[in-house]
Design a protein around this ligand. Structure first.
Ligand code: ATP
Length: 351
């Protein structure tokens, strides 16, 4: 199976081709970089409009270069098309991120995916971006039933599989974790994205007191962010604020991840999302897992930040399970929650 994946929920215009037989993922991405402030939805959508055709073309070029002829078992009508002079499709299906994300961006990507599926005469697969963050970790780790910590820009939650769905065990009560960090760095005057800058500054910092808010399985970032801004305005060195911000925010995520492992009885944790690129967060999670005899897996950075590779990989699983979309049902959903997705692609015995 060979699947074209297209991602465009926020800042990354990305296309990928996943070749299941070779277990090879080719990704071509083009990031939107705001000139000032954070992500502006309309500008991000304009970026999608401009960049998606280019990254898709590059991914399809790669698919054509690396393979001759039809993608997998050719359906009869593909042969007919070939003999009528039209080239066989270089992929078996087109998978796209349906949500959650910024509506204007999702609509551009949805339109592109529908057009491509029609032009190539292959099915359309609608992928939940959050489930894709989880499934790429499951794919690259080989873990069977992991708990997943999604630590991304616009989200933060813990997912685990139960009775046919990925259930949200715990989540942020306000902003996503990356967005919270980015709000602090905007206040300080640093350019977007702020996460890597906080990570670098934290290396030279000492601890100052900041709020730490975990309520049951949920957590909140707004109080800690306001306090961090206040400390900075009061003249506390920015390195100290960054260090303390990381210790508290990642400590909260680690505490709830541990509780999720304990509740589910799982001994596997995978990490997802762009904040997962942070070495301190990975260190805390790895240490917590080691202490309780659980295994920890963080995918490589290209699979952590938003990318079409994870869309193509989950798209292949869904395609193989026959989980494709009719054009009429293919509208995007900015609030698409992971627990709305019936998990069709796991073996029946596992479901
Ligand atoms: P979502 O998947 O929820 O739609 P998103 O589209 O905003 O999120 P991601 O690529 O998952 O994007 O994550 C981007 C976020 O990751 C940004 O907020 C950025 O600051 C943060 N980030 C990137 N690198 C690091 C790092 N080294 N440490 C902490 N945060 C980081």
């Amino acid at each position: 199976t060979r699947i074209l994946g297209i991602e465009g929920t926020a800042w990354a215009a990305s296309a990928a081709v996943f070749d299941a037989a070779a277990d090879d993922v080719f990704i071509e991405s083009d990031a939107y970089q705001p000139e000032s402030g954070g992500i502006h939805p309309r500008e991000a959508a304009e970026h999608m409009h401009e960049a998606v055709p280019r990254v898709v073309e590059r991914a399809l070029e790669h698919a054509r270069e690396t393979h001759d002829g039809p993608a997998s078992e050719p359906p009869i009508d593909v042969d007919e098309r070939s003999s009528s002079g039209q080239q066989a499709a270089p992929v078996d299906a087109v998978a796209f991120s349906r949500g959650p994300g910024l509506g204007p961006c999702l609509r551009v990507v949805g339109t592109a995916a529908r057009a491509l599926s029609q032009a190539l005469e292959v099915p359309l697969v609608g992928v939940n971006h959050m489930v894709a963050h989880l499934e790429i970790g499951r794919h690259t780790s080989g873990f069977d039933a992991p708990v997943c910590l999604n630590a991304s820009g616009a989200n933060a939650h813990l997912l685990a599989y139960r009775n046919g769905r990925y259930r949200v065990l715990g989540e942020t009560m306000d902003t996503g974790v990356g967005n919270a960090i980015d709000k602090f760095t905007r206040h300080v005057g640093w350019s977007h994205p702020g996460g890597p800058k906080v990570e670098a500054a934290a290396e030279d910092g000492d601890y100052v007191d900041l709020p730490y808010v975990v309520k049951g399985m949920d957590f909140s970032f707004s109080g800690i962010m306001s306090a961090a801004k206040q400390r900075y305005d009061d003249g506390v060195p920015v390195e100290d604020v960054c260090y303390s911000l990381q210790e508290n925010v990642f400590g909260m995520l680690t505490e709830v991840s541990e509780r999720a492992l304990s509740l589910t009885g799982s001994d596997e944790l995978v990490l997802g999302g762009g904040v997962g690129q942070n070495a301190r967060l990975r260190e805390m999670l790895a240490e917590m897992c080691a202490q309780r005899g659980a295994r920890f897996h963080a995918p490589e950075p290209r699979f952590l930040r938003d990318n079409a590779g994870m869309i193509a990989v989950l798209g292949a699983k869904m395609y193989e399970a026959g989980d494709t979309l009719a054009l009429a049902d293919s509208r995007v959903d900015p609030d698409f929650r992971p627990d709305q997705v019936p998990v069709t692609w796991r073996a029946r015995s596992e479901r």
